[in-house]
Design a protein around this ligand. Structure first.
Ligand code: WTA
Length: 676
């Protein structure tokens, strides 16, 4: 009898094991395979004893960050590293005086770095420009003086609405140099999105261009600004970078006579007393400009980002802590060497562009690449061509771009010599194992480690990230940066067991953290610190494995990640509702193999709006265009479905979770709060 039971158990266990492994083999194999670092990389790494660094930073994080701050130039040293009295309104390097631009530019002048390339820029059409540190320093000073002459003073907000051109970085640095606060608005946003940001920031000046280029299209940037500024009281001056003397790019074959035709573009409308061309503004300005002495806690920039509710949040970053945080993370994670040519494909309109396209590489005194174009224009080897041409050593991009290029096949990267690459990076959304392996094998040729860096607009700097000496697992961002205490917890703030999913939270403050939401400290408290008291709530779901490696699963809230760009469901819904035919709208993200997510909208039409089969389709097109006009082309709306009623809670909140479950054929979970 006993024997029989034992045999049965054995048989059944065998079955269970089989079932589990059949279901999960792929996941387990992918996840648990270790990718060991190459000896050559380890040998030259700056951080030789990472575990020691981790231990020291954990034991005394303030000492760790204080030492990091000492690697930079300060006009006056701080009196206290961290002030916690008004937590979570933390203050770092209290009493210290500094300016990030002193570190990014001034301190390189008169050293051999002055003659090095600071920025290599390549335009959409293939045209390029380069700025040595000396040239960039002088260009920034002229723009800084120009801003001053327009009346910009310390603390004023300057909105920068440009494509990824050198003047974007120059304007950021110029504003920061004189103590103004920049707020870069991504050049792919359109009127409504720009307007809410300009108004919330109460900008005094807007820097824009007459037109912008994207693939074979020309974007009429100045007209968008003119539309936005109608009736706007705060903006006094508009600086216009002239672009329309550039040849219009086309995808035609080289040598063809129509390769670069001059586009006849109507004269830019310039509003008298308000608008000034950038070239005219800086024409007679001095190449020297004193750098404003800023308090470590004075704001450096406001960057708007999407949240779960309401309008985008103005995330505020300051000079002192921010420069320390991004400098330390950049130098150590990417193991920066003086000869590096670093290319982060992020547009300066996003946080990645602020921290790691513009500021950190300049502080490190290396060459950074700015690229106006897109990855597959004119051909899918555009990026690999540039890696080869500029001898890029570190390439940092987003998974959506990797997936898009992977689809075109290996023949495109294989056309180019990518041997200059030493390290690769990924950011913006979880990178799936398949894309990770392609990036590692085909682009990195199995010799470049992939730094999958997890962080946010709010964190300012990398928070969970590998180091070059670590063994990697495809798709894991690995471990918290030294001095950062990250955890996965349940809704009550209790740590969950390894392998279990939960909310990703951060315990202790870090120097580059956001200081507040502009003009809305209450929202800062409520969004990040109230839901799980004592912890900073990231809004992401994650799990930690038995080796302490973190796996980010995606957002836990209604923030969408469309091709790595952060957009709130609410923003898209309000754009839809602003159309005269729409009564209500509910928006969800639908998984997409390339973009990560795309938008699906459920629309309730206003009473009396009749739609036959044809009209319904026409209206859908109109609605898509309307959203594009309001937010910008990044709000890619794949699908619209008309419904009679949206699922709502009794208090009237749209239950997007129910819409999502219905769409994806999943269980909607607890629906007890559903009104109807
Ligand atoms: C997501 C971008 C997985 C995450 C720097 C986060 C990531 C949001 C990663 C912030 C990564 C960023 N792996 N997910 N390596 N990096 N995310 O503010 O959901 O545009 O909360 O900052 O991007 O987006 P944001």
């Amino acid at each position: 009898m006993k024997k029989k039971i034992k045999k049965n158990i054995k048989k059944n266990i065998g079955k269970i094991v089989k079932i589990v492994s059949r279901d999960q083999t792929d996941v387990l194999l992918n996840e648990q395979k270790w990718y060991k670092p190459l000896k050559t990389i380890v040998k030259q790494a700056k951080i030789q004893d990472l575990e020691k660094m981790r231990k020291e930073a954990a034991r005394n994080p303030l000492k760790f960050w204080e030492n990091a701050a000492k690697e930079l130039a300060w006009m006056e040293p701080w009196k206290k590293v961290l002030e916690e009295k008004k937590a979570p309104f933390y203050q770092w390097f209290v009493g210290g005086k500094c300016n990030i631009v002193e570190n990014a530019l001034d301190r390189h002048i008169g050293t051999p770095i002055e003659r090095k390339n600071a920025i290599l820029w390549e335009g959409n059409s293939g045209k390029s420009k380069r700025f040595t540190y000396g040239q960039l320093y002088r260009a920034v000073n002229r723009m800084a003086n120009g801003l001053k002459h327009l009346g910009v003073v310390k603390g004023d907000r300057v909105v920068i609405y440009l494509q990824n051109i050198p003047e974007t970085a120059i304007s950021m640095l110029a504003a920061a140099k004189i103590g103004a606060v920049h707020s870069v608005v991504y050049g792919g946003f359109s009127a409504h999105a720009l307007k809410t940001r300009v108004e919330d920031a109460e900008a005094k000046v807007v820097v824009t261009s007459d037109i912008g280029y994207r693939r074979d299209k020309t974007i009429d940037m100045k007209s968008i600004v003119d539309e936005v500024l109608q009736g706007c009281k705060c903006v006094q001056k508009v600086i216009v970078v002239k672009q329309n003397n550039e040849p219009t790019p086309t995808a035609k074959k080289r040598g063809s006579r129509r390769d670069t035709p001059r586009r006849v573009f109507p004269e830019t409308h310039m509003e008298p007393h308000r608008d000034v061309f950038y070239n005219h503004l800086i024409a007679h300005e001095s190449e020297e400009c004193p750098t404003e002495r800023m308090d470590a806690e004075d704001p450096l920039f406001i960057l708007y980002t999407s949240g779960t509710t309401g309008t985008p949040k103005g995330v505020v970053h300051v000079h002192g802590g921010y420069m320390v945080g991004i400098h330390k993370t950049f130098q150590t994670v990417f193991d920066i060497q003086s000869k590096d040519t670093f290319w982060c494909t992020a547009d300066p309109g996003w946080i990645t562009g602020h921290s790691y396209t513009v500021y950190a590489p300049l502080m490190a005194g290396i060459t950074t690449i700015l690229f106006e174009g897109v990855q597959d224009y004119p051909k899918p080897d555009r990026l690999w061509n540039m890696v080869e041409k500029y001898n890029v050593t570190i390439f940092y991009t987003a998974p959506t771009l990797i997936r898009a290029l992977m689809r075109y096949g290996d023949q495109w990267p294989k056309k180019h010599n990518l041997n200059s690459l030493r390290l690769l990076g990924s950011v913006g959304e979880p990178i799936n194992p398949e894309a990770w392996r392609w990036y590692y094998t085909v682009i990195g040729q199995k010799k470049c480690p992939i730094m999958d860096t997890w962080w946010q607009t709010e964190t300012g700097m990398f928070m969970i990230t590998p180091f070059v000496t670590m063994s990697l697992k495809a798709s894991s961002a690995t471990k918290p940066f030294p001095g950062i205490q990250a955890e996965v917890v349940d809704a009550q703030g209790k740590k969950v067991a390894p392998g279990k999913g939960g909310y990703l939270v951060i315990k202790n403050p870090w120097p580059a953290m956001l200081r507040t939401i502009y003009k809305n400290p209450k929202r800062y408290l409520e969004t990040y610190w109230k839901k799980i008291p004592g912890w900073y709530l990231t809004g992401d779901m994650a799990h930690k494995d038995k080796d302490g490696y973190f796996w980010i699963q995606g957002r836990s809230d209604d923030v969408l990640k469309i091709a790595g760009h952060r957009i709130g469901s609410v923003e898209v819904e309000s754009a839809l509702v602003s159309h005269p035919s729409v009564a209500e709208a509910g928006v969800i993200g639908k998984p997409d193999p390339v973009k990560g997510e795309t938008i699906k909208a459920f629309v309730v039409l206003k009473k009396g709006v009749s739609i036959g089969a044809r009209h319904g389709e026409e209206l859908k097109e109109k609605l898509k265009n309307h959203v594009r006009h309001e937010i910008g082309p990044i709000a890619v709306m794949e699908e619209i479905e008309y419904i009679d009623q949206l699922p709502k809670t009794r208090s009237g909140k749209i239950m997007r979770r129910v819409l999502r479950a219905r769409e994806l054929g999943q269980d909607a979970g607890d629906v007890s709060t559903l009104a109807d």
